[in-house]
Design a binder for this molecule. Structure first.
Ligand code: SF4
Ligand code: SF4
Length: 239
């Protein structure tokens, strides 16, 4: 069996994909491994994310357009990373894609994810301004990663301004109400159509807050998914 090697992060960091975590497939819980599809022939799972603004700047600089510029950029970048830095290593991108990968469950194992009141993951360094961008099966032999040990900032947040900032009072009852949030976002001229006021009000990691254009892009996609979901439901389900 080949020697373990250090993880070549520089290429990904420079490309805005500046959060990475390597899992041994054999160490993952069975139910999580089952979300990955056929893993035969692979030893490791590489989770790649971004934190802050650099990824969006790189996507813009790449000139990639279309409906899913971030996903397309990330897939192309991961392909180039393997070609340039890991020749001979076999890989398969399972996210983005059709495979229902348990992203938040992986994020919890890596120490990236803590639950926030508005249901977006949060951590003490990046606030909520990070996201999962690619999950890749590989027959690599990197040294294992340790989970990041950062506590949930919500547990020591005295005023919880995210809760009062929500115009739909979606968190007012002590848990997140998706119907209230979605109902508000879908109203004509909604002030939450292209951004979340609760997320904007959080004081953690504000130096990493996304560019306005990125926020608008992300929320226009989730709004379109909400509209599509609503259109697919029978009228009796949407009363
Ligand atoms: S405002 Fe406070 S409670 Fe709300 S997400 Fe931020 S840290 Fe958590
Ligand atoms: S998108 Fe708007 S309605 Fe939904 S949680 Fe955020 S602030 Fe509240």
């Amino acid at each position: 069996m080949s020697e373990r090697s250090p993880f070549p992060a520089d290429f990904l960091d420079a490309a805005g994909l500046n959060r990475q975590h390597v899992f041994e497939l054999s160490a993952l819980p069975d139910e999580l491994r089952a979300t990955l599809g056929d893993t035969a022939g692979f030893d490791q799972l590489i989770m790649i994310g971004h934190g802050g603004r650099r990824l969006w700047e790189c996507v813009q600089a790449s000139g990639i357009g279309g409906e899913h510029p971030i996903d397309d950029y990330c897939q192309q970048t991961v392909g180039r990373w393997f070609a340039d830095c890991l020749p001979g290593v076999r890989f398969r991108i399972v996210y983005p894609g059709e495979t229902p990968v348990g992203l938040q469950a992986l994020g919890k194992l890596a120490g990236w994810h803590h639950a926030s009141p508005f249901m977006v993951g949060i951590d003490g360094e990046w606030g909520s301004w990070f996201a999962y961008r690619a999950v890749v099966l590989a027959n690599s032999r990197f040294w294992p990663f340790f989970a990041a040990h950062r506590s949930n900032p919500c547990l020591t947040c005295p005023d919880q301004p995210c809760i009062t900032a929500c115009p739909a009072e979606a968190m007012a009852d002590g848990q997140f109400s998706l119907p209230r949030c979605a109902g508000h976002r879908l109203q004509a001229g909604s002030d939450c159509a292209y951004g979340c006021q609760a997320r904007q009000a959080c004081p953690v990691g504000t130096e990493h807050r996304y560019d306005e254009a990125q926020i608008r892009h992300s929320y226009s996609r989730s709004l379109a998914m909400l509209q599509k979901y609503l259109a697919s439901k029978p009228a009796s389900d949407t009363q």
